[in-house]
Design a binder for this molecule. Structure first.
Ligand SMILES: [Zn+2]
Length: 1025
């Protein structure tokens, strides 16, 4: 926690131990800001470079400057150049955003260059903004991964600079395609003072121009109240580019400022006039007498002297006009300094409560296609998070620090890169998508090795030898070498949740019977399943398995594992035989299919004797094939969703084929609509929800029409009044209203479908508002981010896959036509249909929905070990059961983070995952044990609470507060930690996330605040007595 080194002196004093002198106090941040001039329009020029962490080129191609025929840029040269130019004038400033690139540069430069940068950071000339590993997308990213990517960015900044001057205070989301309330809420929890962005709905923006509403206080969480308020500034100009005509970059051809009076090209007067004219117009949109003007473009400042020399002149000659009464004052500034100036103006601001989705750049261009683009990459990213949490936890539980935990950096960084707004979004070029997948795959293998080391340590008994704990990463095409080939193997399931869970395990195997023993060596029930034909036919699948072995892993311990021993018998297992039964049921629910349509027709809650008339079908939209010459000719592309005539078509004119398979553990109905759309509908023993496993692809394009395929669920008799609900980054649930925007008049006539699509990170739902409907709700939980809507009352649609033949002219310049193994890409995924009742009812759907979501996001991870040992021998040599959790965690609490931190320390986050109105009982504040939660969090350790990013003690954070029009001011500070709080029983309020650094006392004396150290000492004193 390097940035806390400044606290060294104070901590040493309070402990009365000898310590070295405090570091000299750097003047950076707000203290270093230029002073605006009163009575003038102060123009804060923001020198910046927007450096995408992969897009048209791969991350490394951008960094090193390769593949320059695509774009002649190299990020390393940008940083070099800026670092050389800034010291030439102490008033010059620059901001840098993407820590992934900054770290790469730092690793590749010598001490001299690093010291130069340190000096610039400590003087405030170079300001780190946002500071995440990448500038994350906000629609399709999960909050756990957003927090992780910020945390890793901040940690690297601390490690590089060791000063609070490098601690970001501002969110700079200048390119992402719409903005999530949950992201803003997390930024408030990270102690940020403000958020700057550029992309919002064109009509919303026009509206805000007219009422000086581009800047506001965003109320980002009803649960967190005023501490979640975040000053938010939407750029008044075109995105984040410099004003037209003022791009002083080698990539632009704008006119430089020529101030030689003898030159025939002298142009100062004309250029200054033109700039002043721009400012005079734009400043009318702003409430304060400050205006922020971005001076940069994508990958700008490769030759920074070009920019700075011209900006020097622009500032000089514009400000000279002040002597003649000019009222415009230009200054080199940063977003922080702009924010400080705006704050000091002491004005009142409008507020905002909903979010900024969907984004439209004109009346035909709704950026709602990327919610689904590249569905398999989106799924792989989700699995990457699942494994990252597993191996971070296992590294802590096995105390692996000496062996392997540094390997975690690889997946942390690959996942950080994946959050970038041209990575998980699917808006990158094809070769870049492949590079992302390769990085993710390699780092997942590193992580698996780390987990293997941990598992060997935790499972070993006296005299055992180390074994392999492999992953079966191809189970999504029902392929796994070990389970298919081995006579004997062991399945170890690690549960990363803080609660006990169960799962059904499916493994592709040979056509024989298998015996499965649980952790106690007791034989358990199994069922052989037919692998659906569309899976067998998937391109690239290299497996001879035609059946899957299914068993239930019950009561998997929290933060722990159970091992199941599997043996192949010599008895052949004939292929399971289908029936034409149209009803499948377990003890809890019954699912019925229509005899004529051969489609889902109802789901019955047996205990409640309640039947939901629900149908499901696949449809597709035809993609507009525009040439993008004008808004009305926009094509549907990687970013934009634009269906022809807003009309959907069935994927097949005839009913699907249907085959029913029943057994002790699961009942399944297999359906095929055609050779590119199929579905398995299943209900597992004892579960109250329906699982839909879909396969879509290769989407045919032989008719030269791009297609966007949806799953459509309809409930007859439900009155949903145009309302539906989607999650925000997998956390808050937001109400959506068809054809309506809460804060401006929305015209749905031009794009009634695309304009009503919203991002689904994990869930979408509808409620029945009909009389006597008992607050029924249907939630669909997804296994990856997708786009969805409720276009007709009583329906939900989710876009699964899209294959397009035209580019939408939003930059990527490639049609989204994914292929693999020489054919159109095939995607396979799952959705969970969950019926329940809303908040007014005691059996609320909320808790179940969150649990189902968590069981998908943080599923037990399957490790598989080929062995010659008999089940008994295995049990003698290895532990088959382990739990790292020492205290029970309440059902509404998530252990969001448990990872190694600074040598022997740990970073821990606990989260209350219900909103205050979700559930009458479970939405109450709850107590959670932190001390003693796992063995290593014990009285030997000091515990300090930090802001969400783990880069500042919570007690040290102070946020700027902004007044809201017509409202009484209340404190916008983050809730302060209570120094007397019992760490064995900390309190969590609804939706609260609390972040702690747990360190050994020797480490803690370096960095922990006095209150924490004194608390630790007091505990030790009590123990000694
Ligand atoms: Zn970008």
């Amino acid at each position: 926690m390097g940035a806390l080194a400044e606290r060294l002196f104070a901590v040493a004093a309070c402990l009365a131990v000898a310590a070295s002198s405090p570091l000299p106090k750097a003047i950076c941040g707000y203290e270093s800001c230029p002073v605006p001039k009163e009575g003038m329009t102060n123009v804060h020029l923001i020198a910046h470079s927007h450096d995408d962490v992969g897009w048209l080129k791969t991350v490394d191609q951008y960094y090193y400057g390769q593949n320059n025929s695509i774009k002649p840029v190299g990020v390393q040269y940008i940083i070099d150049s800026v670092v050389n130019e800034l010291p030439k004038d102490p008033s010059r400033r620059f901001i840098y955003v993407e820590t992934a690139y900054f770290r790469q540069w730092w690793n590749n430069r010598d001490q001299e260059a690093r010291e130069k940068v340190e000096a610039l950071v400590e003087s405030g000339q170079l300001e780190i903004i946002s500071g995440g590993w990448a500038m994350h997308d906000e629609a399709v990213t999960h909050y756990q991964s957003i927090i992780d990517q910020f945390t890793w960015g901040f940690k690297n900044l601390d490690d590089m600079f060791n000063t609070s001057c490098a601690r970001p205070k501002i969110g700079w989301q200048i390119d992402p395609f719409g903005h999530a309330r949950e992201t803003a809420s997390m930024m408030a929890m990270m102690g940020f003072d403000g958020l700057f962005f550029a992309r919002l709905d064109h009509a919303d923006k026009n509206n805000r121009f007219t009422n000086q509403g581009l800047e506001m206080v965003w109320k980002t969480s009803p649960d967190h109240g005023a501490s979640s308020y975040l000053f938010t500034s939407a750029n008044h100009d075109i995105l984040y580019h410099s004003p037209i005509g003022f791009c002083f970059d080698i990539l632009c051809d704008d006119e430089p400022i020529v101030d030689d009076l003898n030159s025939p090209d002298y142009n100062v007067d004309r250029r200054v006039n033109s700039f002043i004219e721009f400012i005079q117009k734009q400043s009318t949109y702003m409430k304060s007498n400050n205006i922020l003007v971005t001076m940069g473009i994508d990958f700008a400042y490769q030759q920074a002297s070009y920019w700075f020399n011209n900006l020097d002149r622009l500032i000089k000659y514009t400000n000279e006009r002040q002597a003649e009464g000019g009222k415009i004052n230009l200054l080199y500034s940063t977003p922080s300094c702009y924010l400080k100036a705006v704050h000091e103006a002491g004005l009142e601001w409008p507020s905002k409560e909903d979010d900024f989705f969907p984004y439209s750049s004109d009346e035909y261009s709704y950026w709602t296609g990327y919610f689904t683009s590249r569905p398999t990459l989106k799924f792989m990213e989700r699995k990457g998070n699942n494994l990252l949490q597993v191996c971070k936890q296992l590294s802590v539980l096995a105390d692996l620090r000496e062996e392997k935990w540094e390997d975690l950096a690889s997946l942390r960084e690959a996942m950080g890169i994946m959050q970038h707004h041209d990575a998980i979004t699917g808006t990158e070029r094809q070769h870049v998508a492949e590079d992302y997948a390769l990085r993710l795959h390699r780092s997942m293998e590193h992580c698996r090795q780390t987990a293997e080391n941990a598992l060997n340590k935790l499972a070993a008994k006296e005299g055992s030898t180390e074994v392999q704990f492999d992953s079966c990463l191809l189970t999504n095409v029902s392929q796994c070498d070990t389970s298919e080939q081995a006579e004997k193997f062991v399945v170890t399931l690690y549960n990363p949740l803080a609660q006990v869970t169960s799962m059904f395990v499916r493994l592709p195997v040979q056509d024989f019977e298998y015996q499965v023993r649980n952790e106690l060596g007791v034989l358990i029930d199994t069922q052989m399943l037919k692998i659906p034909t569309p899976v067998l036919n998937m391109p690239g699948r290299q497996s001879s398995a035609t059946q899957e072995l299914l068993f239930q892993a019950e009561n998997l311990p929290a933060l722990g594992f159970k091992s199941y021993r599997v043996e192949k018998s010599n008895t052949a297992s004939p292929p399971p035989q289908p029936s034409e039964e149209l009803v499948i049921a377990n003890d809890v629910i019954e699912v019925t299919f229509d005899a004529d349509l051969k489609r889902l027709s109802s789901v019955k809650d047996i205990a409640a004797d309640k039947t939901y008339a629900v149908s499901q079908d696949f449809q597709y939209y035809e993609a507009v094939e525009g040439d993008n010459l004008g808004a009305a000719r926009r094509a549907s592309g990687a970013y934009i969703f634009r269906p022809v005539n807003h009309q959907m078509f069935p994927v097949s004119d005839s009913p699907p084929t249907i085959e029913t398979y029943t057994g002790a553990l699961v009942n399944e109905i297999h359906q095929e609509w055609n050779d590119w759309v199929s579905l398995v509908t299943r209900i597992y023993k004892g579960t109250n929800h329906v699982e839909l496993e879909w396969i879509v692809g290769p989407i045919p394009i032989d008719d030269d029409i791009g297609k966007e395929v949806i799953s459509l669920v309809s409930l007859s008799g439900w009155e949903t009044n145009g309302k539906f609900y989607t999650d925000s980054n997998g956390r808050q649930i937001l109400e959506r209203n068809r054809n309506l925007r809460p804060t401006w008049d929305f015209d749905p006539s031009l794009e009634p479908v695309a304009g009503n699509y919203y991002p689904i990170t994990t869930a979408i739902s509808i409620r029945n508002h009909a009389a006597n409907s008992e607050n029924e709700e249907l939630a669909i939980i997804t296994d990856r981010a997708q786009g969805g809507s409720s276009i007709e009352n009583g329906t939900l649609e989710i876009m699964l896959h899209r294959r397009l033949l035209f580019d939408d002219d939003k930059g990527v310049a490639e049609p989204l036509n994914e292929t693999a193994f020489g054919e159109g890409l095939v995607a396979r995924g799952k959705q969970i249909l969950l019926f329940g009742q809303t908040e007014a009812h005691p059996t609320s759907i909320y808790k179940t929905r969150r649990l189902v979501r968590d069981s998908m996001v943080l599923a037990p991870w399957l490790f598989i070990t080929r062995t010659d040992l008999t089940p008994t021998q295995w049990g003698e040599q290895y532990n088959t059961f382990y739990t790292g959790l020492r205290r029970e965690v309440p059902p509404n609490v998530n252990l969001l983070t448990l990872e190694p931190w600074n040598g022997e320390g740990m970073l821990v986050r606990v989260e209350h995952f219900l909103e205050k109105n979700d559930d009458p009982e479970l939405s109450q504040p709850i107590n959670v044990p932190l001390m003693g939660l796992i063995d290593r969090i014990n009285e030997e350790m000091a515990i300090g609470e930090t802001i969400l990013g783990g880069n500042q003690w919570l007690s040290d954070n102070v946020r700027l507060e902004f007044k809201i029009e017509g409202e009484e001011s209340t404190s916008q500070q983050l809730p302060r930690p209570d120094p007397n709080e019992d760490m064995a029983n900390i309190t969590l309020n609804p939706m609260q996330i609390r972040t702690f650094i747990v360190q050994t006392r020797s480490t803690a004396t370096m960095t922990a605040p006095c209150s924490i150290l004194l608390l630790a000492l007091a505990i030790l004193t009590i123990i000694n007595i």
